[in-house]
Design a binder for this molecule. Structure first.
Ligand SMILES: Nc1ncnc2c1ncn2[C@@H]1O[C@H](COP(=O)(O)OP(=O)(O)OP(=O)(O)O)[C@@H](O)[C@H]1O
Length: 246
């Protein structure tokens, strides 16, 4: 379990109080600049909070070394640039002892066709899929045991619809065995289709958190995004959230 108490950071995060249980898929949502990436960075241990406590399985992360953290938590950052002309295979070996792609991961990310290609030649979406593979492979032994903490910052950015669906469906399977997924993502309907919990942020605070069906209401979303949101059912009876400006 991940618990965050009164966490503040550099005027970017203010008194955050939330938790995530094993087997939860949480989407972090909010306007640009709300603090989603900042919160993920602090949870990942890349930035240190100024105040508050962050515990994983009742252990304060201040007392967990980065080496140990790297065995069970992974982080795909929003902006990751490739500096060296490594092949995909070479880059994966930096992060994972065993780079044999588990079938489940390969089915979701389909990176086998470009394992021998230079990172610098990949398209935006291909590059994103490699970044996600790299993150998940790094802690795959923990993920297989259902003990992974998977932090993803806008993972579906640049992915085509099919790969978005493949990735998100894979994440749903990973939470079923006990892993925790925290994912920043702007698409409201991704949240309602795949996540089970939501942290809704504005101006450095988590203003609403809880089950998707309780938090993702048109009234709450209209307030947070200062934009009109309505809900309707499509022809198949699925509930769809739609945004529009007036
Ligand atoms: N390295 C930094 N130094 C100073 N301020 C920063 C830094 N990184 C982000 N900020 C500021 O902190 C605030 C929160 O930024 P953050 O990237 O966490 O927002 P976000 O919710 O992830 O936004 P987006 O939806 O645009 O990705 C913003 O006002 C941003 O300008």
């Amino acid at each position: 379990m991940l618990s965050i108490e009164n966490l503040s950071f550099a005027k970017r995060l203010d008194s955050i109080n939330v938790c995530a249980h094993p087997g939860q898929f949480i989407q972090i949502l909010g306007p640009n600049g709300a603090g989603k990436s900042s919160l993920l960075r602090v949870i990942a241990g890349l930035d240190n909070a100024d105040a508050g406590r962050l515990c994983i399985n009742q252990r304060d992360t201040a007392h967990i070394s980065m080496t140990e953290m790297a065995t069970f938590r992974c982080f795909q950052e929003q902006q990751q640039s490739h500096v060296f002309a490594l092949t995909v295979r070479e880059s994966l070996t930096f992060f994972a002892r065993d780079i044999t792609m588990p079938t489940m991961l390969e089915n979701a990310l389909e990176i086998a066709p470009f394992m021998s290609r230079s990172l610098l030649t990949l398209s935006g979406g291909e590059s994103r899929r490699v970044q996600i593979a790299r993150a998940l492979l790094q802690i795959w032994p923990a993920i297989e045991q259902g003990q992974g903490l998977i932090l993803l910052d806008e993972p579906s950015q640049g992915l085509d619809f099919r790969h978005q669906h493949l990735l998100l469906s894979c994440l749903v399977e990973l939470v079923k065995i006990g892993n925790i997924v925290l994912m920043s993502e702007h698409d409201l309907n991704v949240c309602t289709q795949y996540a089970d919990g939501v942290w809704l942020m504005r101006s450095g605070e988590v203003e609403y958190h809880g089950p998707v069906e309780e938090v993702m209401t048109p009234d709450i979303l209209s307030d947070i995004f200062d934009c009109q949101v309505r809900r309707f059912n499509d022809l198949a009876g699925n509930s769809i959230l739609q945004t529009y400006l007036v």
